[in-house]
Design a protein around this ligand. Structure first.
Ligand SMILES: [Zn+2]
Length: 276
């Protein structure tokens, strides 16, 4: 198992003010895994390739707005790590990657953004994977808020399976042709969330080459989302995702969450499931 964490100190120094305080504690909690050489630490950097992917994902007006808000550099650095992780996974230089970010991505559409998201890191990674010849990609979004930006940008693509679990009220909608699955989790707590994962994952054979997970720990009861999960749900969730991935490359992208005490427990526990 070749596993890496992508992390830059600017994610907590210059990250979005609501999200940044969980970043360093989450990374520091990986010290043992890094010391035991179960996990490499790689530091992302912005390069011309990520600039090009950004320009093909968002409108010039969108990018100008993010620049005016002062979030451009950290958001692009965050997406750069995700793209670099996807590249290494596609080339079989890694089997598993976890990407920290200074700003999230799944609420960023072509020409609009909200909810602490600026640039859609997962969509930029998908574009890079396509350049590398990977066609069929599954995206599982377990952030408790619906990933509307990702859906707006990729929902038309029949080779992308997009499964969105979310805790806010919404309509259950399965579209097997476009492979878009909206899964509002009924009620609160670990049991209902994990049951929904089992139900959806087991309903058919899933045909994909690469798995991306949008991971928001705002689903924890001590964080700001509304799923009210406890600590036990996170390794269980990771186990189900690992089983589904079945040795295909797995890319975790950090999403919502602001509680350092939650991040420093759930992030190492999730990574442990994959690198053990
Ligand atoms: Zn969220």
């Amino acid at each position: 198992m070749k596993a890496a964490v992508f992390y830059h100190p600017d994610f907590y120094k210059k990250g979005y003010f609501i999200l940044k305080d969980r970043v360093k504690p989450g990374f520091d909690a990986l010290e043992n895994l890094i010391n035991q050489k179960k996990l490499q630490h790689l530091t992302p950097e912005i390069d011309s390739e990520t600039e090009e992917l950004l320009a093909s994902t968002h409108s010039p007006g969108h990018i100008a707005s993010v620049q005016a808000e002062g979030e451009h550099v950290t958001a692009l650095l965050s997406a750069s790590g995700v793209v670099q992780a996807a590249t290494k996974l596609a080339r079989a230089q890694l089997d598993f990657a976890f990407c920290f970010v200074g700003a999230a991505g799944h609420h960023a559409s072509y020409d609009s953004y909200w909810g602490f998201c600026f640039y859609n890191d997962a969509v930029m990674a998908v574009k890079k994977l396509r350049q590398l010849g990977i066609k069929k990609i599954m995206i599982i979004d377990v952030d408790p808020h619906f990933g509307d930006g990702t859906r707006n940008l990729l929902g038309h693509d029949q080779d992308i399976i997009h499964i969105n679990f979310f805790g806010n009220s919404g309509v259950r909608k399965f579209d097997p042709v476009l492979q878009n699955y909206d899964v509002p989790v009924p009620g609160y707590g670990d049991k209902s969330f994990l049951q929904e994962m089992d139900l959806v994952f087991s309903q058919q054979e899933w045909d994909f080459e690469f798995l991306i997970v949008i991971f928001g720990h705002d689903s924890h009861e001590k964080d700001y989302g509304n799923c009210r999960l406890t600590f036990g749900a996170f390794p269980a969730m990771a186990q189900k995702i690992k089983q589904l991935a079945d040795d295909k490359p797995v890319l975790f992208i950090l999403s919502g969450g602001d509680n350092p005490d939650v991040a420093s427990v759930v992030i190492p526990e999730i990574i442990e499931v994959f690198v053990r």
